[in-house]
Ligand binder design. Structure first.
Ligand SMILES: [Zn+2]
Length: 93
């Protein structure tokens, strides 16, 4: 499945796809241009890509940024937010 996505994106002239920001703000409608990074992030159910500046230190901590930190930030949600993320992840079963 991942290989199919990769070969499809290689064939496309589009370099990036927009993914929704997964920050703790339920009303957030921001999107993030990322593609190859995304599957890497979601390999761990409690890891999420959020837009730079959308980090909520109460429920998550920063794991990594995209180099200059202006595009997206990878966070790990902990506590109840992390538990909920695992329960909701379709890939965790
Ligand atoms: Zn957000």
């Amino acid at each position: 499945m991942n290989e199919q996505i990769e070969s499809a994106s290689r064939a496309s002239s589009l370099t990036f796809h927009e993914f929704s920001c997964e920050c703790a703000d339920a009303n957030c409608t921001e999107s993030i241009p990322l593609i190859r990074e995304y599957e890497h992030v979601r390999r761990v159910p409690t890891h999420f890509a959020v837009k730079a500046g959308h980090v909520y230190p109460d429920v998550e901590r920063i794991l990594e940024t995209d180099g200059d930190g202006t595009r997206f930030v990878v966070v790990e949600k902990y506590g109840q937010a992390g538990v909920t993320a695992v329960e909701l992840d379709p890939r965790s079963s």
